[in-house]
Design a protein around this ligand. Structure first.
Ligand code: AN0
Ligand code: CP
Length: 317
């Protein structure tokens, strides 16, 4: 595997999940595969889970890891071509990326949507420059429009906890004080559309996501109706995708917060969230602390999803 941004990159998804579950049973089975190989993780934005789980996954495979926080200690980077660099940015990404490629075998990149230009974000300008100029396999650790390590971990979690062959999975928008990217819901939709689940998206009007990710999913503006009979409730906030409101907050409607009343509408559903989560905005204390909450094992599966991806990249070197 040379790039990892979508469910498709994993090929047969069922096989990928089986590989993940097998790695989970013995995470050190391939501890020599990455010997003398280096995984570079480049962060343009904050992270807790991705930072820890991806390093752990690389270490399980015997790799060395280097973590670079671009905004702390590295030169400030210009990302646009053609700019006269007389401001505060000392280096251009077009030199920095191939330099980074000199010191590693595989690169992970975290670079969130900036909401300055929908085109810049949805063309995955930063990630694609890494793919083009680093000379290394590149995986997204949440880039402008996708978070495929998260969605793969979510799928593994659903596979582990599902009680029926084809569970009903509801992804619901929930309120948040800041404008958040669409990357997590985009990738979750991408993966659920490829998985054997009944997938429903519930959102207030104006929060429609990119068709490229929604595809054939059922979409409703009625959260209660969506939650009926749900086996998994996947809560997430995102900002508007559609023009002219791209990147904007259109609603902070607290009636969309997932609470015990909402969960009572479901088929005793499990609660999921990628974390970090704002309690009592997205989900109440009671629900996230309940026995049905999967947020911790879900985060734990980030190590496993990352390990499958890095293993496959090592195998392609
Ligand atoms: C980010 C987001 O919603 O995309 C990262 C989630 C993994 N969340 C925040 O910035 C709070
Ligand atoms: N879920 C997730 O990617 O968390 P971090 O932002 O902490 O890495």
């Amino acid at each position: 595997m040379r790039t990892y941004t979508t469910a498709k990159d994993l090929g047969n998804l069922e096989q990928a999940v089986q590989e993940a579950l097998s790695i989970k049973r013995n995470r050190f089975a391939f501890k020599h595969l990455g010997e003398n190989k280096t995984c570079l993780m480049v962060f343009f934005n904050n992270s807790l889970r991705t930072r820890l789980s991806t390093q752990k996954a690389a270490m399980n495979l015997g790799m060395n890891t280097i973590v670079l926080d671009v905004n702390q200690g590295a030169w400030k980077l210009e990302t646009e071509r053609g700019v006269i660099m007389d401001g505060d940015k000392s280096e251009h990404l077009l030199e920095a990326i191939p330099v980074m490629g000199q010191f590693c075998d595989i690169i992970g990149v975290r670079s969130f949507a900036r909401f300055e230009s929908k085109k810049f974000d949805y063309e995955e300008t930063i990630l694609n420059q890494f793919i083009k100029y680093s000379g290394r396999p590149v995986f997204s650790m949440e880039s402008a429009t996708v978070h495929p390590l998260q969605a793969f971990a979510d799928l593994i979690t659903i596979e582990e906890y599902k009680k029926t062959k084809r569970p009903k999975v509801v992804m619901t928008w929930a309120p948040h004080p800041k404008a958040l990217p669409q990357a997590v819901p985009n990738s979750f939709a991408d993966f659920m559309n490829e998985a054997d689940v009944d997938f429903v998206i519930a959102q207030p009007k104006g929060y429609e996501l990119d068709e490229k990710f929604v595809r054939n999913a059922k979409v409703t503006y009625n959260q209660d109706e969506a939650l009926e009979g749900a086996d998994f409730v996947y809560a997430k906030n995102w900002s508007a995708y559609k023009d002219p409101n791209y990147g904007q907050i259109l609603s902070k409607d607290m009636s969309w917060t997932v609470d015990t009343k909402k969960m009572a509408l479901t088929n005793n559903a499990y609660f999921m969230h990628c974390l970090p989560v704002r309690r009592n905005m997205i989900v109440t204390d009671d629900v996230i602390e309940s026995a049905q909450s999967l947020v911790i094992p879900e985060a734990g599966n980030r190590e496993i999803s990352a390990q499958v991806v890095i293993k496959r990249m090592l195998e392609s070197l």
